[in-house]
Design a protein around this ligand. Structure first.
Ligand code: CR1
Length: 829
C-alpha cells in the first residue's frame, strides 16, 4: 500500500515541471489555455477583457507556485511571524505589479504582441481593488510589498468587502457616490479557500462556571457567522518569496437555527441566515469620524476573531505551550481599528486556554504593537459601552478588568490625581460612556508608533501626553514610506530605465538608498535631456487622459500643478482654490505684455469627499465652478486651466504622479500625520510645494529645503495663532478672493456662503487667511524657478535622488528590528 502511494507521488512529480516556464512560447500557450479552459472562450475569438482575464490567470499560476513554496518553507523553518492586522488595504491593480515583481513583464509583453494584443491595453482592463479609504490603507499595501520583497515571514489580515470605496461621479460639478461592486467580473487575484473558515460569534450572555475547582467565565454567544478565507498572494521583487494577504468574507454559518426551520418558515429562515453576509459587505467611506456603529464594530471583531483563530491554529500545529507564543508571533495593529484583538487574545488565553490572567496579559503585552495614523484625538475610535456590551459581552468584561488593573497601577505612579486617571482610563465617562480603543492599545502594546517625527512629537506632547510621561520607552517614530516598485518601476517605466542606466544597475529597486547616486549627475546636460523627455512623454499621457475625461485641452508647456488626496478641510484644497482664483484675478487684470510673463499652469485636483462631509463636498463643487469660469474665459487661454479628475484612486495616481511638475501638500501644520502622496511625487521628480508638516519636514532634510517650496505657519506657531482667533485677519488679497466666491462670481452664491464662513466668520480654524500670503509667495517662487528649466530639472533630479529614505523598505526594516523582532526567511530558488 505504502509502496503504491510512493510510486504515485513519484509519478506526479515526474509529470510536473519544476517551475512554470516563462519563455514566450510557453506563455502564449498558457494564455491560450486559460482563454479556452478558464475563461471558456474560443481561442480563435476573444476580446481584450477576456484576454486580460486569461493573462491574469496565467500570472496567477506563477504567483501561486511561489506562494506555495514560500509557505512550505515558512512552515519548515517556523520563524517568528509578523501578522499585520488592518481593516483596510488599498491594493489598486495587481497585474503589472505582479509581472514586474515576478520579473517577467517583457516576456509577457512579447508573448502578447505575437498574439496580436497590446500588453498595456490589456492592463487597462483591470479594475482597482479599493478596499480602503486613503493614506492608512495604501500605506498598508506598500508595507505588504516591502515585507514580501525583504523576505519577512509576514501575513496580512483584513476584510474582503464586496463593495470597495464608492465610485465618485460628478454631476453638474457635484459629487455623487456610486457603489463599487468590484467583484462583478470575478477577481483572478484571489484564491477562495472554502475549507479555511472559522465561526465568529456575537451577542449572547456570559455565565460563570466552576472548572477544576476554579471559577471561570464562559461566553454563550447568540449568533455565529462563518468567516471564509480569500487569499491574495503578494509577490516580492527579486526573490522567490510570495506572502499572503488573507481577507475574510462573511458567510452564513453551518449551524442552523433549528427552530425557525421547524416552524415551517423556510424562506424567511434562509433570508435571515443570508443577512450574515452583510458584515463584510461594505467599506465605511469615512476616514476620520466614527459614529459608534454596530456594523463597524462587528466588522472589526469579525476579521480580528477569524485572524486570531487562524494564527493560533497555525501556532498550535507546532507548539504546545503558549509560553512560546511571543517568540513566534508579532501582531501589528494598524491604527486603533483592530484593537479589539487585545481583548480577544485575553479571552482566548484566559477563557479557552485557561491561562492565569497575569500570564495571559504578559503574553499580550509582548506580542502587540500599534501604529497610530491620526493626529486629532477625534480621529481615535470610541465605542459606546452599551454597544460593546451587547455585541461582545465577554469582551466588555475583559476590558473592564484590564482597565481596573491599569488604574490600580496608575495610582501607584500618580496617586490620587483623578484628572489624570480619568484621562488615561480606557473607559470614558460622560453622556455616552465609551471605550477608548486607543487607550486600550496604549495599555497593552509594547510599542506605539508615530508615522513621522512631527507626528510622534504630537502624540507625545498632546494626544497621549500622560501615557508618554509614564512609558516613554513605548513611543517610537517609524516615518512612513512607499514602495518604489509600484511608484517608480510600475508607474513610471521611463524614469525607471533612466535611473538604472545612470546608476549602471537595477539594484536600487531592492536597495533604494543607491538612488542617491543620481546626485552626482544632477547637472549633467545629457541626463537633463533624458529627464525632460521622460517628463514630457508622461505629461502627454496625462494630457490625453484629461482630455478624454473632461474635454479640457491642456498645453504641455504649462506647469502641471497637482493636488490629489482625500478632500479634507485640514488638507486645504480650499487654499489651493483660493490661490487659483487669485491667479485668475491677476491674469484678468493684466495687459498683454504682462501676460507674456505669466507661467502657464494646469491646476489638477482630485480626491473623494466622505459622503456625509458637507464642507468637503462644497470644495469639490467650488473646483468645478471655478474650472467652468476659467477654462471658458478667452482672456485666459492656456495661461490657466483648472481640471478636476473624477474618481481618484490608485491607478489614477499612477498616471497623474509621473506627469506632474509640481505637487501640493497644504495641510495646516500639525494636522497631517505623515502624508505618503508627497513621497510618491518626490520619487518621480515632481517638486513639492508644502507646509512644514508631517513627513515634508523630513523630506526637506533629505533633499535640502532649497529644493522645494515650503511655506506657512510652523507646527509650534499654530496654537498661538489660533488663540488670536478672529482678530487674525488674512491679507487684503485673501479677503478679495473670498469675496469673489461670496458675491457669486462663480455662481452658486448661497451654496458657497457657508464654505466662505469657515475661513472668515467661522474663525478660520485651519488658518487659510494667515497662510495665504506665504502660499502665494511660494507659488511665485515656483513660477520663477519653472522659467529656469535647467534649475527646475536639477531640483527634480535631486528630489528623486533624495527620496531613498521614503521607501517603505526602510520603514519595514525599522518595524522588523524595533517593534516586531523578526528575521528574514528567504525561500531558496
Ligand atoms: C494620515 O492622515 C498618513 C497615513 C499613513 C493617514 C496620513 O497623514 O500618511 O495615514 N490616516 O500613515 C488615515 O488614513 C484613516 O486615517
Amino acid at each position: 500500500e505504502l509502496g503504491g502511494r510512493k510510486a504515485k507521488v513519484e509519478k506526479m512529480f515526474g509529470l510536473m515541471d519544476e517551475f512554470l516556464k516563462n519563455d514566450t512560447i510557453s506563455l502564449q500557450k498558457d494564455i491560450l489555455d486559460h482563454v479556452e479552459f478558464t475563461v471558456a472562450r474560443s481561442r480563435f475569438s476573444f476580446d481584450d477583457f477576456e484576454a486580460y482575464q486569461a493573462l491574469a490567470h496565467s500570472v496567477r499560476d506563477r504567483l501561486i507556485e511561489r506562494w506555495h513554496d514560500t509557505h512550505q518553507y515558512f512552515k519548515k523553518k517556523d520563524p517568528k511571524r509578523i501578522y499585520f492586522l488592518s481593516l483596510e488595504f488599498l491594493m489598486g491593480r495587481s497585474l503589472t505589479n505582479s509581472v514586474t515583481n515576478l520579473g517577467i513583464q517583457d516576456q509577457y509583453a512579447d508573448a502578447l504582441t505575437q498574439l496580436g494584443f497590446d500588453y498595456e491595453v490589456l492592463a487597462e482592463q483591470e479594475g482597482d481593488a479599493a478596499l480602503g479609504n486613503g493614506g492608512l490603507a495604501r500605506f498598508a499595501a506598500c508595507q505588504m510589498d516591502s515585507l514580501a520583497t525583504l523576505d519577512y515571514p509576514a501575513w496580512g489580515y483584513g476584510l474582503r468587502y464586496q463593495y470597495g470605496l464608492f465610485r465618485q461621479i460628478i454631476v453638474d460639478g457635484f459629487q455623487h457616490e456610486q457603489p463599487d461592486f468590484w467583484l462583478n467580473f470575478g477577481n483572478p487575484w484571489e484564491i477562495e479557500r472554502v475549507h479555511v473558515s472559522y465561526p465568529v460569534k456575537f451577542y449572547g450572555t456570559v455565565e460563570e462556571e466552576v472548572l477544576n475547582g476554579k471559577k471561570c467565565k464562559i461566553w454563550i454567544p447568540g449568533e455565529s457567522v462563518e468567516a471564509v478565507a480569500y487569499d491574495n498572494p503578494i509577490p516580492g521583487y527579486g526573490t522567490r518569496n510570495a506572502i499572503n494577504l488573507r481577507l475574510w468574507a462573511a458567510k452564513p454559518s453551518d449551524q442552523y437555527d433549528m427552530e425557525s426551520y421547524t416552524t415551517g418558515d423556510y424562506i424567511n429562515a434562509i433570508v435571515n441566515r443570508q443577512k450574515a453576509e452583510t458584515i463584510s459587505n461594505v467599506l465605511y467611506p469615512d476616514d476620520r469620524s466614527y459614529q459608534g456603529k454596530e456594523l463597524r464594530l462587528k466588522q472589526q471583531y469579525f476579521f480580528v476573531s477569524a485572524s486570531l483563530q487562524d494564527i493560533m491554529r497555525r501556532f498550535k500545529d507546532l507548539h504546545r505551550s503558549f509560553d512560546e507564543f511571543p517568540e513566534k508571533v508579532a501582531l501589528q495593529i494598524n491604527d486603533t481599528h483592530p484593537s479589539i484583538s487585545i481583548a480577544e487574545v485575553m479571552r482566548v488565553l484566559v477563557d479557552e486556554e485557561h491561562l492565569d490572567w497575569s500570564k495571559a496579559w504578559d503574553i499580550a503585552c509582548r506580542i502587540f504593537s500599534v501604529t497610530i495614523h491620526a493626529v486629532q484625538p477625534e480621529g481615535l475610535e470610541k465605542i459606546p459601552v452599551d454597544l460593546l456590551g451587547s455585541v461582545l459581552p465577554r469582551h466588555l468584561e475583559i476590558i473592564y478588568e484590564i482597565n481596573y488593573r491599569l488604574v490600580e497601577e496608575l495610582k501607584k505612579s500618580f496617586g490620587q490625581d483623578y484628572d489624570k486617571l480619568s484621562r488615561m482610563s480606557i473607559i470614558e465617562e460622560g453622556a455616552v460612556k465609551s471605550i477608548r480603543m486607543a487607550n486600550l492599545s496604549l495599555a497593552c502594546c509594547h510599542t506605539v508608533n508615530g508615522v513621522s517625527r512631527v507626528h510622534l512629537e504630537t502624540l507625545k506632547t498632546r494626544v497621549f501626553k500622560d501615557y508618554y510621561e509614564l512609558w516613554p520607552q513605548k513611543f517610537q517614530c517609524k516615518t512612513n514610506g512607499v514602495t518604489q516598485r509600484r511608484w517608480i518601476v510600475v508607474s513610471n517605466p521611463s524614469l525607471c530605465s533612466i535611473i538604472s542606466k545612470w546608476l549602471g544597475t537595477e539594484a536600487w529597486i531592492r536597495n533604494v538608498d543607491l538612488i542617491s547616486g543620481l546626485r552626482e549627475y544632477a547637472k549633467d546636460p545629457d541626463l537633463h535631456t533624458e529627464w525632460k523627455n521622460m517628463k514630457r512623454v508622461n505629461k502627454m499621457r496625462l494630457a490625453e487622459y484629461i482630455e478624454t475625461l473632461t474635454s479640457v485641452k491642456v498645453s504641455l508647456d504649462a506647469m502641471f500643478n497637482v493636488q490629489i488626496k482625500r478632500i479634507h478641510e485640514y488638507k486645504r484644497q480650499l487654499l489651493n482654490m483660493l490661490g487659483i482664483i487669485h491667479r485668475y484675478d491677476c491674469i484678468k487684470n493684466m495687459d498683454e505684455s504682462d501676460k507674456r510673463r505669466v507661467v502657464p499652469r494646469v491646476c489638477i485636483i482630485g480626491g473623494k469627499a466622505a459622503p456625509g462631509y458637507e464642507v468637503a463636498k462644497k470644495i469639490i463643487k467650488l473646483c468645478h465652478a471655478v474650472a467652468d469660469k476659467v477654462n471658458n474665459d478667452p482672456d485666459v487661454g492656456d495661461l490657466l486651466k483648472v481640471v478636476f479628475i473624477p474618481d481618484y484612486n490608485v491607478s489614477v495616481a499612477e498616471l497623474v504622479i509621473p506627469g506632474s511638475d509640481l505637487s501640493q501638500h497644504l495641510s495646516t501644520a500639525g494636522h497631517e500625520a505623515s502624508g505618503t502622496g508627497c513621497m510618491k511625487f518626490l520619487m518621480n521628480g515632481c517638486l513639492l510645494l508644502a507646509t512644514a508638516d508631517g513627513s515634508a519636514v523630513e523630506i526637506a532634510e533629505e533633499i535640502g529645503a532649497e529644493n522645494m517650496f515650503l511655506f506657512g505657519a510652523k507646527v509650534d506657531e499654530v496654537p498661538a495663532l489660533r488663540e488670536k482667533g478672529t482678530t487674525l485677519k488674512g491679507s487684503l488679497q485673501f479677503a478679495r478672493v473670498v469675496r469673489m466666491v461670496r458675491d457669486g462670481y462663480f455662481g452658486f452664491k448661497d451654496y458657497f456662503k457657508s464654505l466662505c464662513d469657515t475661513v472668515e466668520d467661522g474663525g478660520d480654524f485651519y488658518l487659510l487667511g494667515y497662510d495665504f500670503a506665504s502660499y502665494l509667495e511660494a507659488q511665485a517662487a515656483a513660477d520663477r524657478t519653472f522659467v529656469d528649466q535647467e534649475k527646475w530639472t536639477q531640483m527634480s533630479i535631486l528630489s528623486t535622488a533624495g527620496s531613498g529614505k521614503f521607501s517603505s523598505d526602510r520603514t519595514i526594516e525599522e518595524y522588523a528590528q524595533q517593534s516586531w523582532g523578526i528575521e528574514p526567511c528567504k525561500c531558496p530558488f
